[in-house]
Design a protein around this ligand. Structure first.
Ligand code: 5RP
Length: 219
């Protein structure tokens, strides 16, 4: 099995042990897709409701015959399952490689527990080798980009828009020594909708997939 599939298998084993029925949020990306395609169907009655973090994930869930519950700001989820682009020593994350970090963060914050599934190549000491995604309101983007220039002179706009209809930018060459501080700073910039730093505030388990299986790191 691939590393990603091994990480997804680890999330499946954790869910099997939990008392159901569970409300589960599903993230976005290839690792999460492994979970959704190969393991979610095996959980049967243990799943009460599913919430999706992106149009792409909703499409996959519907294609597999699952129902997707409507997002509401006051929903409470038992578990949120998602991948990440980088995981640092303190389990802070960079997410948003797939451009879905704004809606992913909303679900992660509503969940009692976050199960993050990554392959072992995503582990780093310090976040920042992976470019940091930022979602910005279209009308405010010029002003926001000039503020973000304090962090790097290489900020690249992505083609296309987020599911929320906003612009997506990636800040390159930006090593993030203090993720919580940078998350707050970037969020305070006018026009920024959200940034792909996830500083852990709910109980998190990172499932690290390798060629030989998986291991768990708990917050
Ligand atoms: C999407 C994300 C993904 O979780 C992240 O990009 C990892 O993706 P993959 O599992 O394909 O490596 O944050 O917005």
């Amino acid at each position: 099995m691939s590393k990603k599939n091994n990480a997804a298998a680890g999330a499946f084993e954790i869910l099997k042990q939990l008392n159901g029925p569970l409300s589960v949020g599903i993230g976005t990306g290839s690792t999460t897709d492994c979970f959704t395609e190969n393991f979610l169907p095996l959980l049967g009655e243990k799943i009460k409701s599913l919430y999706s973090s992106s149009d792409r994930t909703s499409e996959l869930l519907l294609k597999l015959g699952f129902q997707v519950s409507e997002y509401k700001p006051n929903n409470l989820l038992d578990v949120y399952i998602d991948g990440a682009d980088e995981v640092d020593d303190n389990l802070n994350l960079i997410k948003g490689g797939g451009g879905a970090h704004t809606n992913e963060k909303k679900l992660a914050k509503q969940a009692q527990r976050f199960i993050c599934i990554v392959d072992d190549e995503k582990l780093v000491n310090t976040l920042g080798k992976f470019p940091l995604p930022v979602e910005i309101e279209s009308e405010e983007s010029e002003e926001a980009i000039s503020s973000l220039a304090q962090y790097s002179n290489k900020i690249i706009k992505r083609d296309g828009l987020s599911d929320n209809g906003n612009h997506l930018y990636d800040i390159h060459n930006f090593m993030i020594e203090d993720p919580l501080k940078i998350e707050h700073e970037v969020l305070s910039i006018n026009g920024v909708v959200d940034v792909g730093i996830f500083s852990v505030d709910s109980p998190t388990t990172v499932v690290v997939g390798s060629d030989s299986g998986y291991r768990l790191i708990d917050s």
